[in-house]
Design a protein around this ligand. Structure first.
Ligand SMILES: NC(=O)c1ccc[n+]([C@@H]2O[C@H](COP(=O)([O-])OP(=O)(O)OC[C@H]3O[C@@H](n4cnc5c(N)ncnc54)[C@H](OP(=O)(O)O)[C@@H]3O)[C@@H](O)[C@H]2O)c1
Length: 297
């Protein structure tokens, strides 16, 4: 396969959760450009329709599978309905996720000792329990896809083709580094990385690759509390060697790589896309670090 062609997703049926805005919408548009047939999920059907219109403008098609992943039976329904509408699933990008928040939607950034149990439960319900349920239901469809790809690759034994099914879990830098005041979120994101590793090993011989993608600070609604607050944004960026926010399109490009045959030999990895935050510099970079606007932890 031509190297550039290996980044394409022609004839690939892909479910993307959290596709109504932010990173998920950017993933949908990148996959549309790469030729995928899409199923888009999130709670807001109206916003999903807007994403689908942008997908259509790129010459691709999308079906909508609205659902609230915090409701116990919804992740399974979303996966099975997406597979029904697309005639199967070759790729799943599970991207929907939340920070703890107040009833008005404002992020609740507070140390664990002050975080109400209900806020912990809400975050874990979406970021971890729904992830597990979604993976559990996706397995059957991805295994079917991989088996038919292997039998179509005449003469090749299963596991020798690059044409694997792929599951990408949208984790976070927060799942890798210490993240005070976001402990529930960070723990849920670390669990997604662990799940990706375990599933990658367990499902490898079934032709299913599983990876976690771990973005750093990315400019979306989720991080508006920070990128619209000059002093807070400046302080955060002082800890980012590349010195800027990531754009959702940059995260989408990495998701496309992980989902595509270009990453055919890559499984069980947590890909850090963080502008260098996770690289210890021992203070040698010389980048000045202003005092925390939150004060000492
Ligand atoms: N932005 C960052 O800096 C950053 C960094 C690292 C990792 N991430 C991860 O990247 C993913 C996307 O983040 P983002 O920044 O694009 O966030 P965002 O702009 O807040 O978008 C979140 C997406 O998840 C959906 N969603 C939220 N709760 C849901 C639920 N209960 N059921 C179904 N869908 C739900 C939202 O759609 P509806 O509201 O319509 O349901 C929306 O499409 C998340 O998993 C996040 O943890 C983000």
């Amino acid at each position: 396969m031509n190297t550039l062609d290996s980044f394409r997703l022609d004839h690939t049926r892909a479910l993307i959760t959290g596709a109504s805005r932010g990173i998920g919408r950017a993933v949908a548009l990148a996959f549309a450009q790469a030729g995928a047939q899409l199923a888009l999920s999130a709670r807001s059907e109206q916003a999903l329709k807007a994403t689908a219109e942008q997908v259509a403008a790129l010459g691709a098609s999308a079906v909508l599978v609205p659902g609230d992943l915090a409701v116990p039976d919804e992740p399974g329904w979303v996966v099975d309905e997406a597979a029904r509408l697309l005639g199967g699933l070759d790729v799943v990008v599970h991207n929907a996720g939340i920070l703890p928040s107040l009833p008005d939607g404002t992020p609740l950034l507070t140390p664990l000792q002050l975080l109400p149990q209900q806020a912990w439960d809400e975050v874990l319900a979406v970021n971890l329990n729904a992830t597990a349920a979604l993976c559990r239901h996706a397995h059957r469809h991805l295994a079917t896809s991989a088996a038919s790809a292997a039998s179509a690759a005449s003469g090749e034994a299963r596991g020798t083709t690059r044409d694997t099914a792929s599951l990408v879990l949208m984790s976070s830098l927060a799942g890798v580094i210490g993240t005070p005041m976001m402990e529930a979120y960070a723990a849920s994101k670390a669990a997604q990385i662990s799940l990706a590793r375990s599933l990658a090993v367990g499902w490898a011989r079934q032709g299913i690759r599983v990876n976690a993608l771990c973005p750093g600070w990315t400019r979306t609604d989720m991080t508006a509390f920070a990128h619209t607050n000059g002093p807070l944004s400046d302080w955060l960026l002082a800890h980012v060697p590349l010195g800027r926010w990531a754009d959702p399109e940059e995260v989408a490009a990495a998701a496309l790589f992980l989902a595509s045959p270009a990453a055919g030999y890559l499984t069980g990895q947590a890909l850090l896309l963080d502008g260098g935050v996770s690289v210890p510099d021992g203070g040698l970079s010389g980048i000045p670090k202003p005092p925390s606007p939150f004060g000492p932890a």
